[in-house]
Design a protein around this ligand. Sequence first.
Ligand SMILES: [Zn+2]
Length: 128
Amino acid sequence: MRARPSFPQLLLNALHGRCPNCRQGRVFRGWPNRVLPRCPDCGLSYFRESGYYLGGMIITYILTAFILLAAYLVSLLIPGAGAFSENFKFVFWTCLAILLTLVLVRPAYSLWLSLDFWLDPWQPDEPT
Ligand SMILES: [Zn+2]
């Protein structure tokens, strides 16, 4: 069994969308968040139970909410930002939220898988 990677390594691995066990195989098979059933390199199952990636969705939403809030607070400091119409602001924040979700969904899913594997590793040959 492999040594547990350090936390920065785990984050890096998750950002690259790699298998938490062998760190070679891809996690995703399609855009934006279609996860392979198992690792193409070592055979590690990516689905421990049904609804497994609910945690990934939650991480996506939390990250999106935090970044939106931070962006909103920063926007309050920009002089002249209040001059935009309410409609423009609504469209702007909606587009930003959708964009952020699309950008974050992969790292979040991958992070969820990596974190779970890091906390409680399972074996590639384990039946699913
Ligand atoms: Zn693997």
